[in-house]
Design a binder for this molecule. Structure first.
Ligand code: NAD
Length: 430
């Protein structure tokens, strides 16, 4: 065993004993980066360059609240890498947003755009705020304040934000409008916009649709019959609800779903389209047929496929030890801790990693950006067909690499992404 392989093995064994429940979001990222970079024999200087972000912006956003008082919010935009194209990544509004989380998510974006081979780099933004506590007017003022503060580093050829947790097409409309005040009509400044403002058909569903494209491919190569399978989905927002909907349409029985308020369980299978309609009408799952479960219980339910589609860090070592599924599809970003990932690998449970699994959203964001630059609109069939091509190819590339190197899908995905970004860096800088 070489020195570096021995060091890695020691690191892996130690990690199994650490069993940390809540790790820093950068821990697993750096771990997976080092593992892939060593296998690629990546030059030391490129390792240093690719582990660091290009630029970090931390801004204060003062907002006059409805009660007349001034409240100061904190926002971040972190640009990780743009050697393959403009920075690209969502904006998150959440009370737990901090610099390390935004940096981790920005880094994931660089790898994600490389895996699906679209001409973007990686960035992420966020504001530390619980948006449910703000009125619509306050939220709009906060969003516009944030956009005006990051204006100096974004642009349709520089950095293009998009929605993420607790932000949506309305948020993007305000951001586009605010940017337009200084720069004129610029729909390509953000993606995930309303259709009437230059959004793309199929964008809203794209991440969930992409998740299910990768699940279909994984089922094919690992011999899982999707039509005879059961699934649980954590998170019932954009990614979770559409992942559940497309799984349901593929013939898979979705037996449990949950959101921040709790969950629903029905062993016979939940009627997902009716649940989506119920939530649209009544605002929550309350009153829908099935047993009410707590958030913690979702990972205790035995199912074939597990789709985390809420926040990061939810699959901890202790959750991983108990999981008995056949496949995990990471709709959320960074849902699996480093230790949990090692445990799942040892248990032989394949994990479709976030940087592959949920890349459908940024892929259709790329289609939206391209349509905006051309002032041209694709029909939804074209969007969905192109998305399927991209996701299927990306899964195939990662799977082949994982077989050839006898590594997990995650390590293979990191290897593919880092190699592509490193190649572009060498061509530009060396
Ligand atoms: P969203 O705001 O639309 O939905 C988030 C969901 O998670 C909500 O249903 C919320 O109730 C639920 N949730 C929050 N805390 C929870 C908890 N403790 N337990 C259970 N559920 C909880 O956000 P989204 O856009 O669907 O994003 C979800 C995840 O997918 C995030 O990790 C995000 O980074 C990732 N992602 C989103 C996109 C996209 O296009 N929107 C693309 C790629 C990755």
């Amino acid at each position: 065993m070489s020195k570096s392989a021995a060091a890695l093995k020691q690191q892996q064994d130690l990690a199994l004993f650490e069993n940390a429940e809540h790790e820093n979001p950068l821990t697993s990222l750096n771990y997976h980066f080092d593992l892939a970079a060593n296998l690629l024999k990546l030059e030391e200087e490129l390792q240093q360059l690719l582990k660091q972000p290009y630029r970090e912006l931390h801004v204060q956003i003062p907002v006059k609240m409805d009660n007349g008082k001034l409240q100061i919010f904190h926002g971040y935009r972190i640009q990780h890498n743009a050697v393959r194209g403009p920075y690209k990544g969502g904006i998150r509004f959440h009370q737990d947003v901090d610099r390390d989380e935004v940096l981790a998510l920005a880094t994931l974006m660089s790898w994600k755009t490389a895996i699906v081979d679209i001409p973007f780099g990686g960035a992420k933004g966020g504001i530390t705020v619980d948006p449910t506590k703000l009125s619509r007017r306050e939220l709009q003022a906060l969003t516009r304040g944030f956009m005006s503060k990051i204006d100096l580093i974004v642009g349709p050829q520089r950095d293009i934000p998009a929605p993420d947790v607790n932000t949506d097409e309305k948020t993007m409309a305000w951001m586009m409008d605010e940017y337009g005040k200084k720069h004129g009509y610029t729909p390509a400044i953000v993606t995930g916009k309303p259709l009437a403002l230059g959004g793309s058909l199929g964008r809203k569903e794209a991440t969930g649709r992409g998740v299910v494209f990768t699940i279909v491919e994984a089922c094919r190569v690992y011999g899982i019959d999707l039509k005879k399978s059961t699934a649980v989905v954590q998170g019932f927002g954009n990614v979770g609800s559409f992942s559940a909907k497309f799984l349901h349409e593929s013939g898979c029985k979705v037996i449990a779903v949950s959101d921040v308020h709790g969950g629903l369980y029905d062993q016979k299978g939940i009627d997902i389209p009716s649940l989506i309609e119920h939530i649209r009408l009544y605002g929550s799952i309350k009153g829908f047929k099935g047993d009410i479960i707590t958030n913690d219980e979702i990972y205790k339910i035995k199912s074939d496929i597990v789709v985390p589609a809420a926040l990061g860090g939810v699959i901890t070592a202790s959750v991983a030890k108990k999981l008995e599924c056949k496949l995990i599809a990471e709709g959320a970003n960074n849902p699996t801790s480093k230790d949990a990932d090692l445990i799942l690998h040892k248990k032989g449970i394949p994990v479709i990693p976030d940087i592959l699994c949920n890349a459908g959203g940024v892929t259709v964001s790329y289609f939206e950006w391209a349509q905006n630059l051309q002032q041209y609109k694709w029909d939804v069939i074209q969007v969905n067909d192109e998305l399927k091509k991209v996701m299927t190819k990306a899964f195939g590339d990662v799977y082949e690499l994982s077989k050839n190197h006898s590594v997990s899908l995650r390590t293979a995905a990191y290897m593919l992404a880092i190699d592509r970004v490193a190649q572009a860096t060498r061509l530009r800088l060396i």
